[in-house]
Design a protein around this ligand. Structure first.
Ligand SMILES: C[S@@+](CC[C@H](N)C(=O)[O-])C[C@H]1O[C@@H](n2cnc3c(N)ncnc32)[C@H](O)[C@@H]1O
Length: 244
């Protein structure tokens, strides 16, 4: 597993000053879920979204690599029974690729823009194998040419050099729309620029009994760092030949 994911704003700061700005988009996302469904939220931050989805879901699994974010999520959701909620500190790609549980929905909210370019398609593809539907939320690209677009750029710049580099490559690659050209999943519905200059897309996973006929996961051909790819594939072989 990657050691840790750490930003200066993780933990209490994120929970109090950043996550609340997502509430409008979280409400849109919640609308897309079916009542009583099982949900995987990768890159869950401090668990704010999970806390808002609990009444609609039968079970939620949330994972994040940031120690401080996971610490806050555990504290905030301490009263929720383990049968209903599972919280894990894990690298999202490693978790998803070797996970063997199937979910009704997988959620990836404001994560794609901050991970490396070569990991985005792999993550989306792997998510489409573990969930019937995927909700992807991120910045709308192109960003609006008004003060909101400017603020978003400044926020991303302030997050650190690597983070900003990834954000810029996300924008250059045409955001979620560009990613869907590489990973052609069917778009069931989408909302653009309704909340915080965001793009919310509900996608169809590759569920059903037709796994053998699917094209291989891009992890085999990707530019992923060699040691990372080897680790992920090794874990998959050890666990079970799943999904890909
Ligand atoms: C901008 S926050 C979004 C949090 C939450 N999903 C939301 O919408 O408010 C991105 C989160 O992704 C997590 N993250 C980034 N890379 C990750 C990785 N490789 N594995 C697990 N979590 C990761 C970060 O730690 C952070 O909590």
């Amino acid at each position: 597993m990657q050691e840790n994911k750490s930003h200066w704003y993780d933990g209490m700061f994120y929970d109090h000053f950043i996550a609340p700005h997502q509430d409008k988009v979280f409400a849109q996302l919640k609308e897309m879920l079916t009542k009583g469904s099982t949900v995987l939220d990768v890159g869950c931050g401090t668990g704010r979204l999970a806390s808002q989805l609990l009444d609609k879901c039968e079970r939620i699994e949330i994972i994040d690599l940031s120690e401080r974010n996971i610490h806050i999520a555990r504290r905030k959701l301490a009263d929720v029974p383990p049968a209903k909620l599972h919280i894990e500190r894990a690298d999202l790609l490693e978790f998803v690729v070797h996970n063997v549980i199937r979910f009704d929905f997988a959620i990836v909210s404001y994560v794609l823009h901050e991970i490396r370019e070569e990991e985005r398609d792999v993550l989306l593809w792997a998510l489409s194998s573990v969930a019937d539907k995927i909700v992807v939320v991120d910045y709308l690209v192109p960003q609006p040419g008004n003060y909101r677009g400017l603020v978003n750029h400044l926020v991303e710049y302030a997050a650190g050099r690597e983070h900003y580099r990834n954000f810029k490559s996300f924008v250059r690659g045409d955001g979620i729309a560009g990613l869907l050209k590489k990973v052609p999943l069917r778009v069931i519905s989408e909302v653009k620029d309704d909340a915080c200059s965001s793009h919310v897309a509900l996608l169809e996973g590759r569920g059903g009994g037709n796994r053998g006929a699917r094209p291989p996961c891009p992890i085999q051909n990707t530019n992923l760092d060699k040691s990372r790819r080897r680790r992920i594939l090794w874990r998959r072989t050890v666990k079970e030949k799943v999904f890909l």
